[in-house]
Design a protein around this ligand. Structure first.
Ligand code: PEP
Ligand code: MN
Length: 337
């Protein structure tokens, strides 16, 4: 349920309502806009008498909310959420491009890539130190050494860094090095991980599971917000379909739909969505045109030598070309890079 207060409702009137809600074991969520205040009711709302609330001083109207994601939905929180990643704001007018290798492979590889993506106009550096590989025999990442290299690249270039966390126990260590903690597609419904990230103070990049619906993605984000952290960026990275020519199918619908349903920023990963470097630029253009707040793109100086995801990694000059070619699309939508 949401309660819409009258224009000019007093703090005392808002306080009376929140007390009433708490008396029934529910939690109020106040969103104070310039014009009106909206109070969201979280919990078992069946016990709260809507007709009674409608009679209370300062109340304009009450609305039943049937969607299961309360904190993530726009009903409770109509304004866009801005996520601040160490000074880089995601969800505002700027389209934020995160770029870098799938995995940190060596100091040289990462620092070279970091400078290349920075010079091409990226605002954040990506790189996995702990890799969720389908095979236990594939390269698993450099672990803490990889995190140290990421932190060094940030110190050298000034780019905030994003890296994946797979296990709740790893959150403190990874938070020591990284600015944005990524939940990979395979862990989107690892609820212990999501709850722990909700209690942590770093922003989170939550990728859509490869077989997850949009509602499941929003409910996964709800776990993080319900545990206290509203700094969440959502990411469409392709879903599995019957198509075999691409690694996944980019669900472009998810971009405008999630932006309608939720106030959280939404970005697109065209690399994992397609699995083919040739498709990365065209799908990036589509993502920006559809209203994405950013991109996360795999870039490797020598994709043929990459230890993971070489086939979908752009060489630095192709990444620079991508940046040039999305610029006019961003500008047409009144956004900058
Ligand atoms: C990645 O970003 O390197 C990654 C493993 O992505 P996903 O979780 O989307 O497969
Ligand atoms: Mn990858």
């Amino acid at each position: 349920m949401i309660i819409i207060m009258k224009h000019g409702a007093t703090t005392e009137q808002v306080g009376n309502i929140t007390q009433y809600i708490e008396r029934w074991g529910c939690k109020p969520h106040i969103s104070a806009g310039a014009e009106t205040t909206i109070i969201g009711v979280i919990g078992d709302v069946r016990r709260v008498d809507r007709d009674q609330i409608a009679l209370m001083d300062g109340v304009e109207s009450t609305v039943r909310i049937l969607r299961p994601y309360k904190l993530v939905g726009r009903d409770f929180h109509p304004m866009d959420t801005l996520v601040n990643v160490n000074g880089v704001v995601v969800g505002g007018e700027k389209i934020v491009v995160m770029a870098g290798p799938c995995a940190v492979e060596s100091r040289e590889q990462l620092i070279e890539t970091a400078w290349a993506v920075k010079n091409a106009g990226a605002s954040m550096l990506r790189g996995g130190a702990y890799k969720p590989r389908s095979s236990p025999y594939s390269f698993q990442g450099l672990g803490e050494d990889g995190l140290k290299i990421m932190a060094e690249a940030r110190d050298l270039t000034g780019l905030p860094v994003v890296t994946e966390v797979m296990d709740p126990q790893m959150i403190p260590l990874i938070s020591d090095y990284a600015d944005l903690l990524q939940v990979g597609a395979r862990n989107m419904q690892n609820f212990a991980l999501l709850a722990a990230l909700g209690k942590n103070n770093r922003p989170v990049l939550l990728k859509r599971g490869m077989m997850s619906s949009i509602e499941e993605l929003l409910m996964a984000a709800e776990y993080i917000l319900a545990n206290g952290n509203d700094q969440v960026i959502l990411c469409e990275r392709g879903i599995r379909t019957f198509e075999t020519y691409t690694r996944n199918t980019l669900d472009i619908n998810a971009v405008p739909l999630v932006k309608q349903l939720s106030h959280l920023p939404m970005i697109v990963d065209p690399s994992h969505a397609t699995g083919k470097w040739e498709l990365v630029e065209p799908t990036s253009r589509a993502a920006v045109a559809a209203g994405a707040d950013g991109l996360i793109v795999e870039v490797h100086p020598r994709p043929e030598e990459a230890l993971s995801d070489g086939a979908q990694s752009l060489k630095p000059d192709r990444f620079a070309q991508l940046m040039r070619n999305i610029q006019p699309i961003a500008a047409a939508l009144g956004r900058s890079l």
